[in-house]
Design a protein around this ligand. Structure first.
Ligand SMILES: *Cc1c(COP(=O)(O)O)cnc(C)c1O
Length: 380
């Protein structure tokens, strides 16, 4: 049975009006001139949410395509790229850089803390000869937020272009491209935007476009080459047939956000996340992050003798509800609650906390206080 409630940190809950939008008649994006305008308007709507004047492309493919395309289009053989690394996704950028011939240089920091802007400044004073730098806004497997509005302007000051993965950050965490001066911002449809998976959003600055134009060699990909999008608006022609239904439902998800107001959406995430963190600690568990700072995902450190998969298996078997553990070396030791997008609602959060409480108790966990009672005390 694939019809389950899902509280993982993405994909998140998709509202009915977004799901139903997929049932509209499917247009042909190659010959329907109205669709070009609809597409551009959707990009502009997205730009309002991320406070940006840069050019935005909505591309068919999961967010990983956006990450790869940014690296594919910027990187030439031998380019040095600074990879800011305090989490699994942060570290993972080195692979995209290498695949396209670049030379990744890791700036690895403590995985339990956000990247310090002072440490970055110190580092750049010694070595700043990089074409671009990669940074993850919310490193989802460990629930770590980095301060993009502080870090990106520092990199920019040293003439380094910035590529930011805000796939699980944006809409749950404030993003201002104008303030942060991000050159390539990457997002996905299925996290806090609360649309179905399948779309990546890539927003590109004029400086990044200049860098694309100055390449001496061709980009070694067609599908992951952002330059194929450069002239779609002038030519009223897309590089290939777009998934019209995905874009229509994505547009409805954006309209839901704009209707509620992005400031209200951000406040809702913050309020839920604060109450979740407080109740987890009151219950007697610890968080992985020492900063306690993600408003979209809470990563819980598992107590001794209980594995994260014990809890997720229990909740799945007994209640048909999905909750995520973590990845790689954290698979057994971290359990994660996704409270992003449409899952960042009081009634939904209370529901999953109730199941967590039952699961932990069934494994003999000695709690200090009721998880749900603490959440209710802290949310109102
Ligand atoms: C979800 C996510 C992506 C997309 O990756 P998937 O593994 O396909 O879900 C990229 N970056 C971050 C930080 C994410 O949370």
């Amino acid at each position: 049975m694939i019809n389950k409630y899902n509280y993982s940190p993405g994909p998140s809950y998709v509202k009915e009006n977004v799901r139903l939008a997929r049932a509209y008649e499917v247009t042909n994006s190659d010959i329907d001139i109205d669709f070009v305008k609809y597409y551009k308007d959707t990009c502009d709507l997205f730009n309002k949410i991320i406070d940006s004047d840069n050019e935005t492309y909505i591309i068919s493919g999961e967010a990983i395509l956006g990450l790869e395309a940014a690296c594919a289009t910027l990187t030439e053989d031998g380019d040095r790229v600074l990879v800011l690394d305090n989490g699994l996704y942060g570290n993972g950028f080195k692979d995209f850089v290498s695949i396209y011939g670049g030379q990744p240089v890791l700036f690895t920091q403590d995985y339990h803390n956000e990247i310090s802007s002072e440490a970055l400044e110190e580092y750049l004073k010694e070595d700043s000869n990089f074409k671009y730098a990669t940074l993850v806004h919310c490193d989802t497997p460990t629930g770590m937020i980095n301060d993009i509005h502080k870090l990106c302007p520092i990199l920019k000051k040293y003439g380094i272009l910035t590529v930011v993965d805000s796939v699980s950050g944006m809409v749950g965490e404030r993003v201002s491209v104008k303030e942060s001066k991000i050159d390539i911002l990457l997002g996905g449809s299925q996290k806090a935007i609360s649309a179905q998976p399948g779309i990546t959003i890539v927003s590109v600055s004029e400086d990044a476009k200049k860098s694309f134009k100055n390449r001496k060699t061709l980009v070694r990909s067609f599908y992951a080459n952002l330059r194929i999008w450069e002239n779609y608006l002038e030519e009223q022609y897309f590089p290939y047939t777009l998934p019209a239904s995905d874009i229509v439902s994505f547009r409805v998800a954006l309209e839901n956000i704009v209707e509620e107001g992005i400031e209200n959406v951000l406040k809702r995430h913050e309020k839920i996340a604060n109450a979740v963190r407080k109740s987890i600690k009151d219950f007697g568990l610890e968080l992985f992050s020492e900063n306690d700072n993600s408003n979209t995902v809470t990563a819980i450190k598992m107590p001794e003798k209980i594995k994260a998969t014990d809890i997720s298996d229990y909740i799945l078997k007994k209640h048909n509800v999905l909750i995520a553990t973590s990845l790689a070396e954290y698979k057994d030791s971290i359990l994660r609650i996704g409270h992003m997008g449409e899952n960042a609602r009081i009634e939904k959060t209370l529901y999953i906390l109730n199941l967590l409480e039952e699961a932990f108790n069934s494994f003999g966990f000695k709690s200090k206080k009721s998880l749900t009672e603490s959440f209710i005390e802290n949310i109102y």
